[in-house]
Design a protein around this ligand. Sequence first.
Ligand code: FES
Ligand code: ZN
Ligand code: ZN
Length: 287
Amino acid sequence: MKCQHCKKKAIFKSPRLCEDHFVEYFERKIGKFLDKYKIKNKKLLVAISGGKDSVAVSYILSKLKEKFNLKIEYFFIRLGIPVFTEKSEEIALKITQMTNEKLTIYDLEKEEGFTIMDIKYKPCSYCGMIRRYILNKYAFENDFDYVVLGHNLDDEVFFIFNNMFNKNITQLQRTGPLTPTIKEKKLVGRIKPLYFLTEEEILTYTKLKSLPYIGCACPNSLKSTQKKFKTNIEFSRDQKLNIVYSILEMKKFLPEEKIEIKFCEKCGYPTTSNICKFCRTKERIRG
Ligand code: FES
Ligand code: ZN
Ligand code: ZN
């Protein structure tokens, strides 16, 4: 099987590309994303978990930073999962060494007095909220324009279906490659530069570029619904893209989420109740 642009052997099926053209295609897609969503002259906080997605996005943004005049910093949260956290941190340090960017390591236990393992029931379901809270707070206090997340096309397809399975139509308003920054509400926007790329494409890129990444999922999440969904349902790349394009179109007609944003009585960060979920979780753990 030959590359669709040259005579070299194709290493990827859809699109059918050789090594060099695949790397070019992948990086061009990220460049197009930055152009489309006007990510120029911005200060970005890149969340690194150690997985292939966050490693790929941190590497590529560092590569494109001059072209788009970006200021980049990496951020790693030490969650306190035995072995897994240490291994993930090693990856964060390695990618930082490769790119020479600044890395901040946030130790959950030192800063907040608990680790993710102190949450006895389904820690992974709290983990996202905890990471979002910490990233938003740090980004807000340090004047970042956006937090960068490594979510990919497969994650978004899962998000869409999961909400449809649960009839959470209004939640679909939350999908999308960019959420805006609302300074007066202390909310820093988020961008997902890998939004239109599949897991397979990202994995191929990380391998071709010999990027370090942690190959296994969080040990607490082995039975997660997302994993079951991804292993049971097979869509082609084009089908996945069409699913997200359709939802992005349909969003215009979906009912607006009516949430009143207040400020948490404890920490002063945005919440929908009097005390935010992060502060409530922290209080519960500390008894
Ligand atoms: Fe963070 Fe499982 S504890 S994803
Ligand atoms: Zn080629
Ligand atoms: Zn709070």
